[in-house]
Structures are given as C-alpha cells and as structure tokens.
Design a protein around this ligand. Structure first.
Ligand SMILES: [Zn+2]
Length: 322
C-alpha cells in the first residue's frame, strides 16, 4: 500500500539493522554458533536483557572493516529497494574500539558501505555518532570528541543512547557542547524506557533539534505542547515500542495523538530485524494501523528531510525527489 511512497529514515542503529541472512553467513565465516540467537531466519529473545544479549552476539560476527562495509551496504541496498532516498545510521566508534577493530577502521568500513550503496541506487546516508550512557559521562565525552575531530563529512550528528535509566541528561551536557560546537546535529534517546520527565530533561539540559522516540511525552500534555511549540522532531519507531512493550498495542500507541497535537513526528525502524520489523513495515503500519493517508505520510517524510542532519544543498535535492 505504501510501496509507491518515497521513504526516509532518521533513527536506525547500524548493528541493530543486521539482516539475519547476512549474520548467518558471517557466523559461518567465523565459526560462531549463533543457533541460540538466530532461528528460522529471525532473531530470538524474550525480554530486554535477552534482547541485549542477542544484540551483542549478533554484533560479534561483524569484525573487520570489510564486514562493516558489507553490513552498511546490505542494509542501505535493502532501504533503496523500498524507495528510500535518505538514511541516517546511528554508529558507535566506541564499539569499534571495544571489538579491537579501532574507531577509524570501523567508521571507514561504514563509509565505504555508504559509497557502494550510493553508487548503485543514489541513496544518501549520513552517520550519527552515539555515546552510550551506561558507560558514563567520560565515555560519552570521548565519543563527542571523536565525532568533532573526525572531520568526516558523512558524520553529521551526535546522539545519546544506551540505558536510559542511568544518570540524567544534565550529566552529559559537556559532550553535547562539544558536538554542538563542531556543528553536529543533536538528538537524544528519551521518553522510551523512562517517562515524560526524561524528555523534559533533554529539553531543559540540551534542547536537541530531535528526540529519539520521545513518545512517552504523551504522559504530560504540557510537555506535548512544549514540543509542538519548540518544533522538536520526534523519531518515532512504533514497531520497536510495541516489541519492547513501551505500549501494550498499536491502538494505545500515541503517534496519531502526538501528530494531532502539532508535534513534528517522523517514522523509523530502530533495530528492525530484532523487532521483526522493517522501514517498509513501519510505513505500512502508519497507513493500515494508524490510518494515515498518503498525503499525511508524505508530510512526515518531508518533516524527516527538513530535520535531517545534512547540508542545505543535499536537503533541497532530497525535497525535490519527494
Ligand atoms: Zn534507538
């Protein structure tokens, strides 16, 4: 139903997008037994702790610069195949360090994947470097410094992800100052695991242009109005929210209520195969489950391009393609 619509994705974690077929091939290549985490072409987990374990196990089979080029290229090819014209991928140079590959080789592999995919389909992609709050403020500052110093034109944003219940956004202000001074776009995971207060926290401490999820802002109608007044863009990932039981079902999901309250909302897939979803399915859900018309969905895609962390020339070219 939405297959004819152009698509844009602002919120997707690179390792979280690893296609099961590619992960299987990688596991064979490295002789890793992944049968506990990957069965019948799908990732297997049952609660938040086992989701994180599964995610780590899958990440383990992507080890070299070429592995990251292949992973990035494969996911972007998949997106281009459903008429996606722009994608922002959340990446963690720290992850590159932790697996012994090194931050530079990790990023360079990802950038090679972006170039290969763009050469085939024209899909544009940019990278959002993320700090992980469960590794503490120093590690997040390190990630911001890396992003700021990289001088890589494909790195255009900075994010804060990881365990939302660890610390408050105020503990990470320094990292966001570094990223802002370097001209990077800012976004913060909030209002997913934690309630409306975490969204208010993000606005008070950093006031990012975008918020990852932010859907639990619906618990505080004054906050919803504040988001609408500020024009803060929410990167909403409905399939992820239902898979992680942020809301019990799509009927109680606030995407439509947020939009009707004037909040600028967009649609993304987060960690698609882990949540048995895809960007294609998220667009389908917007139409079939949330009842948005093609024009309303196109308006959300336009909002995503307006909020994309790209130079103005690229933004205008993307708007022209819509
Ligand atoms: Zn996320």
């Amino acid at each position: 139903m939405t297959s004819h619509l152009k698509k844009v994705e602002l919120h997707c974690h690179l390792e979280g997008a690893a296609p099961p077929v590619l992960t299987e091939a990688q596991a064979r290549k490295y002789g890793v037994d992944i049968s506990g985490e990957l069965r019948d072409g799908a990732y297997v987990w049952h609660d938040f702790a086992s989701f994180l374990e599964c995610y780590d196990k899958v990440s383990e089979v992507y080890r070299t610069e070429e592995d990251y080029a292949l992973l990035t290229e494969t996911y972007l090819d998949e997106l281009a195949g459903i008429d996606t014209i722009y994608s922002e991928l959340i990446v963690s140079p720290d992850h590159g360090k932790r697996i012994g590959l090194g931050a530079d080789a990790y990023i360079s592999g990802v950038c090679e994947g972006i170039r290969r995919a763009k050469a085939k389909s024209g899909i544009e992609a940019r990278l959002i470097v993320t700090g992980e709050r469960h590794f503490g403020p120093e590690s997040v500052i390190g990630a911001a410094e890396y992003a700021a110093r990289a001088g890589n034109p494909l790195i255009t944003g900075f994010n804060l992800a990881g365990e939302e219940r660890m610390g408050r956004v105020a503990d990470y202000i320094r990292a966001f100052d570094i990223a802002r001074d370097a001209g990077l776009g800012l976004t913060i995971h909030a209002g997913e695991v934690c309630g409306a207060f975490s969204v208010a926290d993000a606005l008070d401490a950093v006031r990012p242009a975008r918020i990852g999820h932010g859907v639990r802002a619906i618990e505080d109608l004054d906050l919803v109005k504040r988001l609408a007044d500020l024009g803060t863009v929410l990167e909403v990932c409905p399939g992820s929210n239902i898979a992680l039981r942020v809301f019990p079902d799509f009927t109680s999901h606030p995407l439509r209520r947020l939009k009707e309250a004037g909040v600028r909302v967009t649609i993304s897939s987060d960690d698609p195969p882990f949540f048995h979803t895809s960007l294609e399915r998220e667009y389908e859900l917007a139409a079939v489950v949330f009842g948005f018309t093609d024009a309303e969905i196109n308006a959300m895609t336009r909002t995503a391009i307006e909020a994309a962390f790209v130079d103005e020339e690229t933004r205008q070219a993307l708007l022209a393609r819509l």
